[in-house]
Design a protein around this ligand. Structure first.
Ligand SMILES: *[C@@H]1O[C@H](CO)[C@@H](O)[C@H](O)[C@H]1NC(C)=O
Ligand SMILES: *[C@@H]1O[C@H](CO)[C@@H](O)[C@H](O)[C@H]1NC(C)=O
Ligand SMILES: *[C@@H]1O[C@H](CO)[C@@H](O)[C@H](O)[C@H]1NC(C)=O
Ligand SMILES: *[C@@H]1O[C@H](CO)[C@@H](O)[C@H](O)[C@H]1NC(C)=O
Ligand SMILES: *[C@@H]1O[C@H](CO)[C@@H](O)[C@H](O)[C@H]1NC(C)=O
Ligand SMILES: *[C@@H]1O[C@H](CO)[C@@H](O)[C@H](O)[C@H]1NC(C)=O
Length: 201
């Protein structure tokens, strides 16, 4: 069971690249409660590269983004509250992601179908990546998140390495720019509302 799973995930990455040591570590692993603990909290969107047309387009409209993951461990769901800066305006949205523990993926209904992102973790617990359609050259994608608004050079290097492991080019990467973020005030408002609720209860 575990073995067939490992083979399935390994085969997600192009065979040639997967043989280099850097790429060998870059595989989705089953998601455990510990993984979910690590994902819980606030994250910043740093960069992505998408070939799937809708994702490619929408990623180019996002100037900056941060979000919160609230985990429901018993339902295997993640409440996603995202603050996107698009067209110099703050767009807030909340939705649920489904957690597929066995194959290490998170999914969400978007653009008319279930979009599946495979969770890729490195040694650095303050970052994570999501790989989309890794076997499909026409539609593959990779996105990169850190717990600070800016990534360090070393973190960026790991993302660039992962891009190459998937067989994509650095030139396909779109970067966010936290300086353009305009969602700070709305986040503060939400935090104050939450605090009031807690005091009221
Ligand atoms: C791969 O992961 C192992 C275990 O975490 C680590 O010891 C090794 O340095 C990693 N290799 C690379 C190339 O990152
Ligand atoms: C992604 O969008 C950019 C800008 O519109 C375009 O130049 C590029 O070809 C697109 N990439 C793919 C794989 O469609
Ligand atoms: C998880 O979801 C279930 C069902 O919707 C709900 O009863 C429970 O309170 C949730 N747990 C948390 C921690 O939100
Ligand atoms: C994961 O956490 C949930 C909720 O705390 C618990 O019900 C479940 O037994 C845990 N699973 C494992 C494998 O520890
Ligand atoms: C908010 O999320 C829902 C569910 O993913 C989506 O249908 C809706 O278009 C989103 N709204 C905005 C403004 O992004
Ligand atoms: C992982 O699970 C999701 C949801 O069930 C599914 O859509 C996807 O195809 C699975 N991936 C693999 C490689 O089995």
């Amino acid at each position: 069971m575990a073995l067939s799973w490992a083979l399935a995930v390994l085969s997600l990455l192009p065979l040639l690249e997967a043989q280099s040591p850097e790429c060998a570590n870059l595989t989705a692993a089953p998601i455990t409660n510990a993984t979910l603990d690590q994902l819980s909290g606030k994250w910043f969107y740093i960069a992505s590269a998408f070939r799937y047309p809708e994702f490619n387009e929408s990623s180019r409209t996002i100037q900056a983004a941060f979000f919160y993951f609230d985990i429901n461990y018993t339902e295997d769901k993640i409440l996603l509250r995202e603050y996107l800066t698009i067209g110099n305006q703050c767009v807030y949205n909340s939705s649920y992601l489904n957690v597929q523990r066995e194959n290490g993926s998170l999914s969400k209904h978007e653009f008319g179908k279930e979009q599946v992102g495979y969770l890729l973790l490195t040694k650095d617990p303050t970052t994570f990546m999501l790989a989309f359609s890794p076997k499909d050259e026409q539609n593959m994608g990779l996105s990169f998140y850190t717990d600070k608004p800016q990534a360090t050079q070393e973190q960026m290097r790991e993302f660039h390495e992962a891009i190459m492991c998937m067989g994509m080019q650095k030139s396909e990467i779109v970067y966010s720019d936290e300086k353009q973020d305009v969602c700070g005030p709305l986040e503060k408002e939400h935090q104050e509302e939450k605090q009031k609720e807690n005091e009221g209860s």
